[in-house]
Design a protein around this ligand. Sequence first.
Ligand code: WTA
Length: 659
Amino acid sequence: MANSIESTLVETRVFQPPEGFAQHANVSGQAGYQALLEAADRDPDAFWAKQAREYLQWTKPFTKVLDESRAPFFEWFGDGELNVSANCLDVNLKNGNADKIAIIFEADDGVAKKITYQELHDRVCQLANGLKALGYKKGERSIIYMPMSIEAVVAMQACARLGVTHSVVFGGFSAKSLHERITDVGATLVLTADEQMRGGKAIALKPAVDEALGMGGCEAVRHCIVYKRTGGKVAWDAKRDLWLHDVADKQAKTCEAVTVGAEHPLFILYTSGSTGKPKGVQHSSAGYLLWAKLTMQWVFDAKAKDVFWCTADVGWVTGHTYVAYGPLAAGLTQIVFEGVPTYPNAGRFWKTIQEHKVSIFYTAPTAIRSLIKTSDAEAAVHPKSFDLSSLRLLGSVGEPINPEAWMWYHTNVGGGRCPIVDTWWQTETGGHMITPMPGATPLKPGSCTTRLPGITAAIVDEVGGDVAAGQGGLLVIKRPWPSMIRGIWGDPERYVKSYFPPELGGYYLAGDGAQCDKDGCFWIMGRIDDVLNVSGHRLGTMEVESALVAHEMVAEAAVVGRPDATTGEAIVAFVVLKRSRPEGDEAIALGKQLRDWVAKEIGPIAKPKEIRFGDNLPKTRSGKIMRRLLRVVAKGEAVTQDISTLENPAILDQLSKPV
Ligand code: WTA
């Protein structure tokens, strides 16, 4: 990320909130922001209790706010009870939104399907009743491996309605990754689809489930429920498989929402860490939903008339908080998009915004960067060729947005009139943490700006001491907040070790390096651990290395990230084979073979962009791989660091040449 750091540090442009926007904003002007910030800092418990009473409907009110007695295992609103699905659906029926469109499903082929809050409620109840009839109940765990669809949202909400904890697995993950998650989470139910449509192509999903369930250790799974998306041919196990329509369609359209404790795990979502296998990030029900709803109001300035579009897949946390839960809890109309930004052409986003009169658009810098390239070359797909006047607010998420991409987004998509909320957050934080409030915060391209009220973000050194403005350090959150991670599923020690290292004295360690300028604006500099961010997707270098060494030809592998103009970071893998080092065409062919292997082991998103073969890897005398040198070599730069501890300096020369 060196390029973006260099350019952000010289960034001086500031964009004030447009007056008209600020006037009508849910949080208006610096005074509005400061009032909330101060209230939260002065008496956090009172602040959070007020929000939780105002924004959530409780079946049993809470009397306790934050319980720190088992820190860092925190509890929020611990003796309160509610149901998340009732807070997303039933609430809207009561509020007069029954006939309002809840979801506009924009299919890959451009056909749109609309569904009202009443219809969505009915379908969630039908599936919940169907699951109940099959014996599923509160406390069990399900895996959802489905494409972007109304049905995926229905599946998540139906689980929430019964108190079944879901774990959504992104459809791009392999059978092996799926198996790992099914067994780790102890799932008793899998929901999937026959196939998914992406960019005009049908991609099978069920075969991966069949393969995963056949790998052993999944005996607890009683049913696999299949949504018929394409009607493509699927293998069928009559004892285990059921069509979603057979389970749901004949069921009653009301289903009493099962009351759960505030801390009941709503979902577990796997994400990459610096070591070993992915970790199951566990989230609560009440604290999580509170923040999903509150950030919809504060950060997306949600208004009844808005048409909201978050382009993230429900397989990632952004698709949980800002597709499956937040927009519904806020009573908005939202787009659920099945396709890809470049099909049938790179004008797809803009055409969809024009057609459905989207007013709030939330996407990832990678998508923006790739669209800049195509629209600069082809006027017909440039945002200027579309009527985007319905837009009033833009958002960015998942990785740092470089100022050039920010400016392009602001000018060409937002017509210079829409604020951009650059939202910094993580799977672990449940929702936005550091971000502009669009009617209050002056924007600086490339900075996610200021902390949200109640979020005590700060930059500290290795022992938890505050660092001065403008100096780099570790990004931490000093006090717990309601939507924070509750644990790593099945691994409490790893939770403490990863997020609350003793030397930081109880602060939450985000894993990002950052700095804070004199105005309190944060500038994210990238991960401080071995986590990569490729196209906004989190991947561990160790995960990719383990996949590579699992190949029979591979003796050793080291994986690093390299800055990439489109994907943010790209994966470069250095590989030592058990046989001699291949060269020329053979190296190209073997490289392709290994890239495909990684796609099969983890998923296509983990495919290295480049593989370089060596006779060895740069190591210290004690045998430790010197990754910092590999990072330099991967970038194509000359090594200027001290290499006196390196045992085999000549190897750097060999590894510095691309295949
Ligand atoms: C990075 C995605 C800069 C960061 C919601 C974080 C960002 C990781 C931003 C979490 C942003 C996310 N600016 N960096 N606005 N948003 N990141 O868990 O490194 O998939 O730690 O959550 O993405 O990725 P995750």
